[in-house]
Design a protein around this ligand. Structure first.
Ligand code: ADP
Length: 581
């Protein structure tokens, strides 16, 4: 929308003007960005209204943290920066958690926040919602920019887009002071100042000698292993990755959000023999996965080391877009720096002349471990205790996901996370989105909204009752936009478990205990969605089938044995005080 100023002189043509809001909207649309996740308020309310009027999708949340998480995962799912729009100071701070999350997880996202007047903020004169937002955001973002003049909006948005998606993706902060949004300039000059970013995430071709080094190491392996991380899922090099794995015959382990890049039921998938292949492998090729805490830093007993700090005997190949990633935890013998599509294609080209399959004794012993563990798991899943435990409930989820392989599975919690990851198989790429690198809670409903909005696919969320609480009010958002989201709350009455009691005998509940027998399903009903209460696997199955069939917003309160679950799920060892118990 442009405004018209009075002609400067009688008889002169009226001048067409554009303001900051026009230019922000036009700059985003020029770059193919058609969705904003946010929460209106001073000074960006009009920006949300006018963005919608201009044909953008504006998804309005109840809390900025959820809008931010939505933007971050939209970035992962689309390779375009997800946009989160917030008000100044407190709204900005609420969005900051997600900005840091995007940076940590290598998701492209732009947090755009309105801010107060620079002159007053810098002299600390006490403006409305005064905060030096740029300074606060900078250490948590891959890049942070502020635009002071309407004529620079095009550059500001172009820089933010490039910073978010090029190289290792991350979170970018863009500060838009209130006065900027009201600033006007000649509309034609404004249009001319906008930039359509050319090739925002250029391919990065690996050096031939790096590819050769990696190939030689891989060829020398007697017990090779490939680890796929969420960088591999993000890169959308699905065909190349499948070709590499199937042509080499090398067993692979998917990290949590890489599950489904190849179906978890693939015969080369070694997930069910994880504790055998990590210490057993002699050459490990990491593709878009970091050797951080989720992989025990590449050392210790997990990897066959003798103590917590010793490395095993493995040699590592690491494919990563970041040249700084190699050697961050242990020596990387063959780093291959580039984008995953180009790197994997180069490896495949180098194998064209032939590449031997891994020795059969390695494959045979993995297959043996796998079938033993799969059998044990099948026994656990077949049991039908009353009340339900995580296994009997997740056995149902496992079947529903198998029957709906294009549904997106959102997952957060402690036990609800760990059990789901190992029990529920995924069949297609980028269908599992979860707590990510930090293992945080609170992503749940924001992820559900974004996944449904940007993919149009049905969404199934498996939520711990504690995890759900962090973003539960967004159930209203899900109902308001009538999204095909089925939430299953694994309700065991507390954090980890619901059995703790106050040792003093006082009135206050124990810190980890919630209201017993809570009916989370009624929260969904309050906003017009479908609620269901499931005390048995049969009830859970019926409710999930109906939710997927109807595509109605649904929340199923799945009653789980309150004594089921362990402290901190599978990461009890990170909780030193609990370890001593
Ligand atoms: P996971 O938690 O699944 O192990 P991480 O988040 O630790 O995965 O690792 C993802 C890695 O992928 C990061 O080091 C990041 O630099 C890398 N990465 C992201 N996108 C690409 C890409 N397009 N090409 C190559 N590497 C990428």
């Amino acid at each position: 929308m442009t405004t018209t100023a009075q002609p400067a002189a009688p008889g002169a043509q009226p001048q067409e003007l554009a303001d900051g809001v026009d230019l922000v909207i036009d700059a985003l649309r020029l770059n193919g960005i058609d969705t904003i996740f946010g929460l209106p308020g001073i000074p960006i309310t009009d920006l949300t209204r006018r963005a919608q009027a201009a044909g953008m999708r504006v998804i309005s949340f109840r809390h900025e943290q959820s809008a931010g998480y939505a933007a971050s995962i939209a970035g992962f799912l689309t390779q375009q920066p997800g946009i989160c729009l917030t008000v100044s100071a407190p709204g900005f701070l609420n969005g900051l958690n997600a900005l840091a999350h995007a940076t940590t997880n290598c998701f492209p996202m732009i947090l755009i926040s309105g801010s107060s007047e620079r002159e007053i903020v810098d002299l600390q004169q006490g403006d409305y919602e005064e905060l030096d937002q740029l300074a606060v955001a900078r250490p948590l973002a891959k890049a942070a920019y502020r635009v002071l003049h309407a004529r620079d909006i095009g550059v500001g948005i172009a820089r933010a887009i490039r910073a978010a998606v090029s190289g290792r993706p991350g979170g970018v902060y863009l500060d838009l002071p209130a006065q900027l949004l009201a600033q006007t300039m000649d509309a034609a000059a404004g249009r001319n100042s906008l930039i359509k970013v050319v090739d925002p995430a250029p391919r990065q071709i690996p050096a031939p000698e790096a590819v050769q080094r990696a190939l030689e190491l891989l060829k020398s392996a007697k017990r090779p292993l490939i680890i796929l991380g969420k960088g591999a899922a993000y890169a959308r090099a699905d065909d190349e990755i499948r070709a590499l794995i199937e042509r080499t015959g090398i067993p692979y382990l998917p990290m949590s959000m890489a599950k489904g890049l190849l179906p978890d039921t693939h015969e080369q998938c070694a997930s069910a023999a994880r504790s055998y292949v990590l210490p057993g492998a002699d050459v490990v090729m990491l593709i878009g996965a970091r050797l951080n805490w989720l992989l025990s830093h590449g050392k210790g007993r997990t990897w066959g080391g003798k103590g917590a700090k010793d490395r095993g005997a493995q040699k590592f190949i690491q494919i990563d877009i970041s040249p700084q990633e190699a050697d961050s935890n242990v020596r990387i013998d063959a780093p291959v720096v580039g984008d995953i599509g180009s790197c994997v294609a180069a490896l495949l080209a180098g194998m064209a002349a032939g590449f031997g399959r891994p020795p059969t004794d390695w494959l045979g012993s993995i297959a043996e471990r796998k079938s033993g563990n799969i059998e044990k798991m099948a026994e656990m899943l077949a049991r039908n205790p009353a009340p339900m435990n995580f296994h009997s409930a997740l056995n149902v989820v496992r079947d529903i996901v198998k029957a709906n392989p294009d549904a997106i599975l959102v997952n957060e919690g402690a036990n609800a996370l760990d059990f789901t990851r190992s029990i529920v198989d995924m069949y297609q790429p980028r269908k599992r989105i979860d707590v990510g690198t930090w293992g945080i809670m609170g992503i749940g409903m924001g992820y559900c909204v974004a996944a449904a909005v940007v993919t149009g696919k049905p969404v199934i969320a498996v939520e711990g009752d504690s995890a759900f609480g962090f973003s539960g009010m967004e159930v209203e958002t899900i109902c308001r936009y009538d999204l095909p989201v089925c939430i299953v709350v694994m309700n065991n009455n507390g954090v980890y478990r619901g059995v703790d009691v106050n040792p003093t005998g006082g009135r206050d509940a124990a810190p980890t205990a919630f209201v017993k027998g809570a009916r989370y399903d009624r929260i969904m009903e309050a906003f017009g969605g479908a609620g269901a209460h499931a005390a048995t696997p049969a009830q859970l199955r019926r409710a999930m089938e109906e939710a997927v069939r109807s595509r109605r917003p649904t929340l199923i309160n799945a009653v789980i044995d309150e004594s089921a679950g362990t402290e901190s799920g599978r990461i009890t060892s990170l909780n030193p005080a609990a370890r001593k118990k």
